[in-house]
Each structure stands twice: as structure tokens, then as C-alpha cells.
Design a protein around this ligand. Structure first.
Ligand SMILES: [Ca+2]
Ligand SMILES: [Ca+2]
Ligand SMILES: [Ca+2]
Ligand SMILES: [Ca+2]
Length: 492
């Protein structure tokens, strides 16, 4: 039977890329050594490896660390002081409801299985259903009806073709050495200004190890919130031999960078365009060292991209805390509890930028590909998703829908002529989108495409005006059309 053959082929097409991708070595910082929860989850759901569920936020929630909004990994690290201080409630305050259910059920593979029919987050969908659909079972804002938010991917080559912004600056840290360096790349303002929706308020710079750093789009009075649009105050170059790590074993600032040469204490640090938050590609002329997880599961390196904000309140490199053994407190630039330590807010190895809040009806994209593979590759990339212009994504989805239809077997339709009728209608919708006639696109999709593919989803069987005879294929089309409709809603 032709239908059966086609079906088998289409299933293969869908399954193959996923298998190829999960075959890659999947690494995440959250796969803590000696802590097997992630492995136990993957034991029950092996095909979820590397997906957005294969992450801290499956069981943990983000939260506030001081005044910082932090992602789920960082929140847990902060609460537990990197695992050195077990909270008295046994991590409970860091767990979402799925995490709590898992813990209560015994925290083993049997527990993962035992809670599969619960609706932990109370959004109306059982954990099992959500996991199959790649939705968070511990987050009520994410459910199977949501569609992936609009996204765009930029390669390093593409970023390098945009106007480059170079700035010399102090990277002030708390514990490690401070340093002066010249970062170069694209300002986030340039990258995002035309891309973000008017509803956007901030971004989250995300590393493949799960670390996420929030930045508001617009200047914010909170000193720990480094804005994306607009400039930062000009700074001053501070030099003193006592602080120089090369000259003094107890020094706390590195002045080794080529860009430091020729500068003297008191020189102004400025930029004709103003100092800005940049998506850095190089540091002192070299590509950023690619990030890798070291033996203790922390991130080394900072490439391929780092989100670097200058200091909001420029100051000197202050001495680290705690002061290393054998060194004494300085009177030169002592540790300043209110010092502006911008380095700690400069997310390293950024491969994903999420623009918040997510548009209505959308959810986090699947980060299956956009993590380590984006960082490791010879052609590094960054994915931007969330509250951004959905039109490029709509065009991609329609093109793929049209191609699926044109390549499908005529015998899966209730009449041989319906394949080209439906595909032609989708091509027409593509044209409306190209012209910016979004309400016309919605009207045609609902009235001429969805109506032909909705029987199986709505009533479990092909209905009278359906054009697709095969329920599996029909449902696949239905959800593709639904996805485009949700995205069209954003611009309509
Ligand atoms: Ca649920
Ligand atoms: Ca959910
Ligand atoms: Ca410092
Ligand atoms: Ca119908």
C-alpha cells in the first residue's frame, strides 16, 4: 500500500534528525557528579536527552539571589553556595512542583515513573503528556498547546559583518583577579533594536551549562541590572604597581593585555559611540577562548560569545575577597562592598539570548541544538528567541508546510486533486505574509487550511470537510498550521 509506505517514510524523516542529535555527547553542568537525578530521568525518558527538559529547570525554579534574577541553575548554586551548604529543607526551596513530587516519590527511577500520571504543575496536562511534548511538567506557564517562540540564529561570520564596536574596559570581579581588556563585537543594541517586539522588557543571556544572566532593555536604577539599550558612563584607567599582578604576588589586577600598553593612571576610558553592553566576539584581537566544562564541572573559557556590560558606576579594580593567604588588606583600593563588579554579570559562552517576556501562546524553544553544539562548532552561532519579530519564523514554517504538502503522497488525501489545492492555498498565505497582510493570512489559514485538517484533532476521526484521509498526517499538519496561527497572532 502506498499510504503505508509513505507513512513509514515520513516517520523515518521525523525520527532520524532527533536520533542523530541525541547521539551526540550531551553535556550539561547540571549533570552534577555524584548526583544522579538527571541520569534517572533520562533512564525513563532516554529520548529527552539534550532537549530543554534535560536541564536544571526540569525540577528547579529560578529565583532572586539578592537583587539578581537568576536562572534555575544559578539560583540553586547561590542557595547552596555551590553545593557546600545543604539547605535545611533539602533543596526544597529551589524545587518546582515536579521536583517536589519526584523527591516525595523517592527520588529514583521508579519515582520518575510513579509521578508520570500526576499533573504536578496543575496546568491540566499530566507530566507524561508534557514530557512527550517537550514541555516543562513543573511550570504551569508551559504546556503542550504552546508553540516555540520565534527565533533567529546568527553565525559568528554574520555577526562580524555587522558594525563592530570595540571598547577597552575594566572587568571587576569579586574573588578572582580583575583585569583590563579590549572587547570587540556587536552592541546588543545594534543586534536587538530592530528585532525585538515593543512588548520586550529584557533579555536573558544563557550559557550551555545552564547559567543565565538577566539584563533589562532600558536603564534601571538597580545597580546590579546592566541595561542593553543606551550607554554607560566613561571611566578612568587605574594603575598602581601594588595592584599589578605581574609586579606584586599579592596584586589583584592583570595589566597584561596588549590594549593596556601606553596607558597611564588617570587616562580616560571612553568610546565615541559611548560604552555599551556588547556581545563580544574577540578580546584583545583574539577570538574568545571557547568555553568548556572543567573537571569540577565549572565553565572555563568565555567564548564563542560573551555578553559584556561596562561598569555602571566606574571605579578602580578593588582587592579581591577573601584576601589570599599571605597577603594583607590594601589601603590603595580596598574591597568595596558596593563596588561595581561587572565581570560577575558578564555571562560567558553565551549561545542563547532569550528576549522576555515570551509572547502569548509561545514557550521556550527546544535547546537541543543551541547549547554546546553552537559553542563547539567551527562556525559558532547564537540563537535569539522570544519577544522578537516572528515574521521570519512564520515564513520558514509556511515554506516547510508547503514543501511537506507538495511532497506528500496524493493518496493520503480524500481526493487526488486536494493536494495541490491545499498546497496552493498555503502558497497564497505565504504571499499574504510577504505583503504584510497578516489578517488575510489568518483568515485563509483558518477558513481554507485548518478546516481541512481538523477532524482528527477535534473529534478523533476525519470529518466531512477534511481533505486529508490519514489521521497521523492530518494531525501533523493541523499542529503546524496552529503554530503559524499563534505566531501570526503576535503581529496581528
Ligand atoms: Ca502539567
Ligand atoms: Ca507545564
Ligand atoms: Ca575586584
Ligand atoms: Ca474539518
Amino acid at each position: 500500500m502506498r499510504t503505508a509506505k509513505w507513512l513509514k517514510y515520513s516517520v523515518l524523516l521525523v525520527v532520524l534528525p532527533v536520533t542523530l542529535m541525541t547521539a551526540q555527547i550531551v553535556r550539561s553542568a547540571y549533570h552534577h557528579e555524584g548526583q544522579d537525578d538527571a541520569a534517572l530521568f533520562l533512564q525513563v525518558y532516554p529520548d529527552r536527552a539534550g532537549t530543554k527538559l534535560d536541564n536544571c529547570n526540569l525540577c528547579h525554579s529560578g529565583g532572586k539571589s539578592g537583587t539578581k534574577d537568576v536562572g534555575s541553575c544559578q539560583y540553586c548554586h547561590d542557595v547552596t553556595k555551590y553545593g557546600t551548604a545543604l539547605p535545611s529543607d533539602g533543596y526544597r526551596s529551589t524545587l518546582n512542583n515536579y521536583g517536589v513530587d519526584y523527591q516525595q516519590a523517592g527520588r529514583n527511577a521508579a519515582a520518575v515513573k510513579a509521578i508520570e500520571n500526576l499533573d504536578s504543575d496543575g496546568d491540566g496536562y499530566a507530566n507524561k503528556i508534557e514530557i512527550a511534548a517537550n514541555r516543562y511538567p513543573g511550570n504551569a506557564l508551559d504546556d503542550p498547546t504552546k508553540v516555540p517562540a520565534p527565533s533567529r540564529v546568527f553565525t559568528r561570520g554574520q555577526l562580524e559583518k555587522m558594525p563592530q564596536h570595540t571598547q577597552f574596559m575594566l572587568m571587576n570581579t569579586t574573588k578572582s583577579g580583575d583585569f583590563y581588556a579590549e572587547y570587540s563585537g556587536v552592541t546588543l543594541e545594534k543586534l536587538l533594536k530592530k528585532l525585538v517586539l515593543p512588548s520586550a522588557t529584557g533579555i536573558r543571556a544563557i550559557s550551555p551549562d545552564g547559567f543565565a544572566q538577566f539584563h533589562p532593555l532600558y536603564p534601571d536604577p538597580d545597580p546590579s541590572r546592566y541595561h542593553v539599550f543606551g550607554t554607560y558612563p566613561a571611566a578612568t584607567f587605574y594603575y598602581n604597581q601594588e595592584a599589578d599582578m605581574d609586579l606584586n604576588p599579592c596584586g589583584w589586577c592583570e595589566y597584561k593585555a596588549p590594549s593596556v600598553t601606553g596607558r597611564v593612571h588617570g587616562d580616560p576610558i571612553s568610546n565615541r559611540q559611548g560604552l555599551k553592553t556588547i556581545l563580544a566576539i574577540t578580546r584583545d584581537g583574539q577570538y574568545l577562548t571557547p568555553g568548556v566544562l572543567n573537571a569540577s564541572n565549572k565553565l572555563d573559557g568565555e567564548g564563542p560569545f560573551r555578553v559584556v556590560p561596562p561598569q555602571k558606576i566606574p571605579g578602580p579594580p578593588d582587592q579581591q575577597k577573601p584576601i589570599p593567604t599571605g597577603c594583607v588588606a590594601t589601603t590603595l583600593w580596598p574591597f568595596d562592598p558596593n563596588g561595581d563588579r561587572n565581570a560577575g554579570y558578564s555571562a560567558r559562552t553565551v549561545t542563547i539570548i532569550k528576549v522576555e517576556p515570551l509572547p502569548e501562546g509561545t514557550t521556550d524553544v527546544d535547546t537541543l541544538e543551541a547549547g554546546w553544539p553552537y559553542a563547539d562548532d567551527l562556525n559558532p552561532r547564537v540563537m535569539i528567541y522570544g519577544a522578537i519579530d516572528p515574521v521570519p519564523t512564520i515564513k520558514e514554517k509556511l515554506a516547510s508546510l508547503s514543501s511537506t504538502l507538495w511532497h506528500s503522497d496524493k493518496s493520503t488525501f480524500t481526493h487526488w486533486g486536494y493536494r495541490s489545492a491545499l498546497a496552493t492555498r498555503v502558497n497564497l498565505v505565504e504571499k499574504w505574509v510577504m505583503l504584510g497582510w497578516y489578517s488575510k493570512a489568518v483568515y485563509d489559514l483558518k477558513g481554507h487550511v485548518l478546516i481541512r485538517t481538523d477532524g482528527c484533532t477535534a473529534g478523533g476521526a476525519v470529518d466531512r470537510d477534511d481533505w486529508i484521509a490519514d489521521c497521523e498526517f492530518q494531525k501533523q499538519l493541523y499542529w503546524s498550521v496552529n503554530e503559524v496561527l499563534v505566531l501570526l497572532d503576535i503581529v496581528n
